[in-house]
Design a protein around this ligand. Structure first.
Ligand code: HEM
Length: 412
């Protein structure tokens, strides 16, 4: 814990427990964490993510009570949940839309970190844990999408598992291990169900480490400067806990709107058709949150290199703390880097658009240019900008950033 403990056991039993398992101390100290007073609403997405993790786990456990991981029954069991199980349609819509909103929140959370330089020392470990969480989220999303056993489940799984076959020597064996046979079928569905259930629990453990790491180093903030003065920070509870709760309610309102009024908006129509190994859909597309990486995969003409570039596009994010050489964290004070950052955001969005288009003609060329930008941003723009860019003057303290220089002088 980065700050001094504020907890004093009040009763005999609390003292007894505190000497054996200081769990109340841990909770109280977490709530009292000195938090920079200048945090904006982009800092509420960590809490929102935790909310969605819980929504996914709770709705998932209930869905699993009615779901049957069998080739000939999976599709019908989902229909049964939606039509016959009490509150089943709501639960199923909460889970499928919950996955999408979880990803919307995580993309905002990651981009917030990139904009304000939250990955920089001493928060590298926090960042790397975040990237691991993101990869686990992708694995959960992919495994879960296979379970309803619709056309896109089957064919998406076929395309993605086949990618592993491009790995030299061991590729074929890995693919067969994933399938549990010689094609996506019953054993695949069974193991995907087992792993889909396991994944969020591992995710939960990593989120625990993520939050632990956060409490060791403390939150970064929009100005990217450390807490120096006493008045630079406020206790997490109730100042930020209430702000987080407010943002969570607002975000949940949008989510609930989708769940009740447009539950199928983010789904693919083909996945409402039972899986058929004899009929390939005209365009196989993954869930929207994988589309930028799918575009990168298809931008590269060679299968093995496509796979390498796709995984590298994610892995490179973990190296950001070392690729960004600037000593100033926040893009607020780095005008040129800010332009490149927005270029990166536009690149991600456009790649997402291209991932949903057929891999032909101009779409492929555009995907190649944008893939180049994606990588050059990390390995050329950020290191060079860090060394050469002239940054704006940083405020002397967080309080000065909030109140302005004059107010600081008058206070003295
Ligand atoms: C289930 C997913 C996740 C959960 C529940 C989660 C939770 C949190 C929470 C509660 C915070 C503190 C509040 C805030 O700053 O918003 C936080 C901060 C942070 N998270 Fe996450 N996170 C998740 C995923 C990620 C991912 C994927 C990354 C990056 C790849 C990441 C990177 C960070 C960083 C760098 C901070 C510190 C930000 C700062 O202080 O400026 N997190 N996270």
């Amino acid at each position: 814990m980065a700050h001094e403990s504020v907890y004093t056991p009040n009763s005999g039993i609390e003292k007894w427990l505190d000497e054996r398992l200081p769990i109340i101390r841990l909770g109280v100290d977490f709530m009292a964490m000195p938090t920079p007073r200048n945090l904006n609403y982009w800092w509420t997405f960590g809490g929102i993510l935790f909310f969605f993790l819980m929504v996914q786990i709770i709705t998932g456990i209930i869905l699993a009570m009615h779901y049957i991981p069998h080739e000939s029954m999976a599709f019908d069991s989902v229909e049964h949940i939606v039509r016959d199980v009490n509150w089943g349609d709501m639960l199923q819509n909460m889970h499928s839309n919950g996955a999408s909103f979880f990803f919307i929140a995580v993309y905002i959370h990651i981009l917030r970190g990139m904009y304000y330089g939250s990955y920089k020392a001493p928060r590298e470990m926090l960042w790397i844990l975040g990237v691991i969480i993101y990869v686990l989220m992708m694995a959960s999303g992919f495994l879960g999408y296979v379970l309803p056993w619709g056309q896109m489940s089957l064919w998406g799984a076929t395309v993605i598992t086949n990618l592993f076959s491009a790995i030299p020597f061991v590729g074929g064996a890995i693919t067969e291990l994933l399938w549990g046979g010689y094609a996506v079928g019953q054993p695949t569905l069974n193991r995907f169900f087992s792993l889909h259930y396991l994944m969020p629990l591992i995710l939960f453990a990593f989120v625990g480490l993520h939050i632990w790491a956060l409490h060791v180093v403390g939150s970064n903030n929009p100005d990217g400067i450390e807490i120096k003065l006493k008045e630079d920070s406020l206790p997490f509870h109730s100042y930020f806990s209430m702000k987080d709760a407010f943002a969570m309610v607002l975000f949940a309102m949008i989510y609930v709107y989708f769940v009740f009024f447009m539950p199928d908006y983010m789904g693919h129509p083909d996945n409402y058709v039972r899986a058929n190994p004899m009929v390939t859909p005209p365009h196989i597309v993954p869930e929207w949150y994988f589309l930028p990486f799918y575009a990168i995969l298809r931008a590269i003409p060679d299968k093995l290199f496509g796979v390498i570039f796709m995984f590298a596009a994610i892995a490179i994010v973990a190296f950001l703390p070392w690729l960004d050489t600037s000593r100033v964290r926040s893009m607020r004070y780095r005008p040129t880097a800010k332009l490149f950052f927005w270029g990166f955001v536009a690149t991600g969005l456009l790649l997402g658009y291209l991932g949903a288009k057929p891999a032909e003609g101009g779409y492929v060329i555009a995907s190649r240019i944008l893939t180049a930008y994606w990588f050059l941003y990390f390995i050329v723009a950020l290191p060079l900008l860090g060394w050469t860019q002239k940054t704006k003057t940083l405020p002397g303290s967080i309080t000065e950033a909030v109140l302005g220089k004059d107010a600081m002088k008058n206070n003295k």
